[in-house]
Write a protein that binds this ligand. Structure first.
Ligand code: C5J
Length: 241
């Protein structure tokens, strides 16, 4: 895996203001676009959520993924989940609430939120290529108990384009972790989604408020125009791992 992005910079339209990005120092980070969150029978639905709320993020996310692949921008996918013996799952996380099935229980897509199960996998539209980085994370933030920091440092990454679900949980947690580590984060609004549309809106507002206290908010159209103005519409061609 090499970071071969063209060594060009672009001014990306964003809020609270445009941001200059060096594509060679920018990674696309796609957070937890897993069947467990997006499809019926997974972790999200066990918590009582309407999982159809997340589907709207798939197509814009696929468009950005396709453009990033064409431009050879570093792509990182994350997956939330736990080891089969649950040794990395805090008892407080397993015991919380009154879900219809708990983490580790059998479900229609295998054991809920367990690595290696069908539900833990990434949705087919955004499936990682063999050459792309996949970070397995036990928590909400993608830096906690993972190798993500080392990977980004290895590739000289300074900026993150962040997509995924859910806006106010794993996307926001990861952006806050990244911000504290010195990364400039741009969250792509239409490439993120929440089970609660109002939390999505507020999650984005929290990032860009106060002059961009945690980062910037942009969208897929702005990224496509900035990466490859000559190709305004591209779609991802995912490979099966
Ligand atoms: C949640 C996530 N919502 N990926 N996880 O539990 O946002």
């Amino acid at each position: 895996m090499a970071n071969l992005a063209r060594a060009t910079t672009s001014l990306l339209a964003a809020e609270p203001g445009p941001i200059e990005l060096d594509w060679a120092a920018t990674a696309l980070v796609i957070i937890d676009m897993q069947r467990d969150f997006l499809e019926p029978g997974g972790f999200g639905e066990t918590l009582g959520n309407d999982v159809s709320q997340l589907a709207r993020a798939i197509e814009p996310c696929a468009n950005v993924l396709g453009a990033a692949r064409n431009a050879e921008i570093l792509v990182v996918h994350t997956r939330e989940g736990h080891l089969p013996d649950l040794s990395d799952a805090p008892p407080a996380k397993i015991a919380r609430g009154a879900p219809s099935r708990r983490i580790g229980d059998p479900g229609p897509m295998g054991r809920i939120l367990i690595r290696g199960e069908a539900g833990h996998d990434i949705v087919s539209e955004l499936y990682p290529l063999d050459s792309e980085i996949v970070i397995d994370k036990p928590g909400k933030g993608a830096f906690y108990a993972t190798e993500l920091g080392d990977v980004l440092q290895k590739y000289g990454i300074e900026n993150l384009l962040v997509c995924g679900v859910t806006t106010e949980v794993c996307v926001n947690t990861t952006v806050r972790e990244a911000n504290d580590r010195g990364y400039r984060c741009v969250v792509l609004a239409d490439c993120c989604a929440s089970y609660f549309p109002e939390f999505h809106e507020m999650g984005l507002k929290m990032i860009k408020a106060q002059g961009g206290i945690f980062g910037w908010v942009s969208d897929s159209a702005a990224v496509l125009a900035a990466i490859a103005p000559e190709i305004s519409s591209v779609s991802a061609v995912g490979g099966r791992r």
